[in-house]
Design a protein around this ligand. Structure first.
Ligand SMILES: NC(=O)c1ccc[n+]([C@@H]2O[C@H](COP(=O)([O-])OP(=O)(O)OC[C@H]3O[C@@H](n4cnc5c(N)ncnc54)[C@H](O)[C@@H]3O)[C@@H](O)[C@H]2O)c1
Length: 283
């Protein structure tokens, strides 16, 4: 789970063509009007709610793919209420590994705050929530933003493991079909896996459109996960890490020996187990 797979960023010229090609293919298979709409689903503009570790980097990766990101953060005190979001955008340029493909991409990210800019959400094809992992805080934000989501906007939560179904209950019934979980891993530009977590209300055509966007435009590998605590990768990953720790102790092994046994020798990438576990938090 901690492997770093560096995938090429979607090229700026290729992005639109790829989305268009996918739309034509799905469109020829589509049966209903709603499906046909989603078959043409293009993400021109997206909002990310929360300018922390994940939100700011997800915004950067959207910008890498030529999607215009609006990055929301809690309003700052003082004259410039978007100062918190601006600070997070400035911080992206200093991060290693680099979240932005180019300095120009990072300049595409628009700083916003919930006091002044909720109206901008209506223009967004995709809205990704990435605030702190608290059910009550997320629900309160959902209540605030729901009236501003566009009729065709896909809204998704980047929660690591909270119940997507429970979160969806905070949305009005008509918005639930365009809601699901979208679990990126850290660092989102480099970690290939994204989990899509549907609820019973999620529209299958919407999920297909979102998956096409993630694979074709953002260059991700997608799995669909059930709405169980921590979904797939973190459940398997945490078990794997704990099992490794258990066996390290049980067999009296050194860290270097375990790294040698559990790295490229068994088909996993570098950095190996102990280095990776201490280097990145992936949930
Ligand atoms: N950090 C990771 O490795 C990682 C990986 C995958 C998924 N996630 C998930 O992504 C989400 C964000 O995690 P993070 O690590 O970026 O957190 P973070 O602490 O870095 O950022 C959280 C952001 O939420 C904002 N926030 C806090 N309370 C808020 C509120 N009541 N309303 C609006 N905004 C509020 C904060 O100002 C902050 O910018 C969580 O759901 C987390 O589980 C994290």
């Amino acid at each position: 789970m901690n492997e770093t797979t560096v995938i090429p960023d979607a090229t700026r010229s290729g992005t639109r063509a790829s989305q268009g090609d996918a739309a034509v293919d799905s469109g020829s298979l589509a049966a209903g009007a709603a499906v046909r709409n989603d078959a043409r689903f293009l993400v021109r503009k997206a909002a990310v709610l929360g300018a922390g570790v994940m939100g700011a980097q997800i915004a950067a990766h959207l910008a890498n793919a030529n999607v215009k990101p609006i990055l929301f953060e809690l309003a700052a005190d003082g004259k410039d209420k978007s100062a918190n979001a601006k600070k997070a955008i400035d911080g992206l340029a200093k991060q290693n590994p680099a979240p932005g493909a180019t300095a120009a991409a990072l300049k595409q990210i628009v700083a916003a705050n919930y006091d002044e800019h909720l109206g901008l959400l209506a223009e967004c094809d995709l809205v990704i929530e990435a605030i702190s992992e608290r059910m009550d805080w997320k629900k309160s934000l959902f209540e605030k933003i729901a009236p501003h989501l566009g009729a065709n906007t896909i809204f998704a939560s980047n929660t690591s493991g909270l119940s997507i179904t429970e979160l969806s209950k905070q949305l009005p019934a008509d918005k639930r079909k365009r809601f699901c979980g979208i679990h990126f891993f850290n660092p989102p530009r480099y970690m290939r896996l994204v989990e899509i977590i549907p609820t019973a209300d999620s529209d299958p055509a919407m999920l297909d459109a979102l998956e096409t966007f993630l694979t074709t435009t953002l260059g991700k590998g997608v799995i669909r996960a059930k709405d169980t605590p921590n979904f797939v990768a973190n459940r398997v990953g945490v078990f794997s890490m704990l099992a490794t720790m258990h066996h390290t102790q049980a067999f009296g092994l050194g860290f270097d020996e375990v790294d040698a046994l559990t790295g490229p020798a068994i088909g996993r990438g570098a950095p190996p187990t102990w280095s990776a576990s201490t280097r990145w938090r992936t949930w």
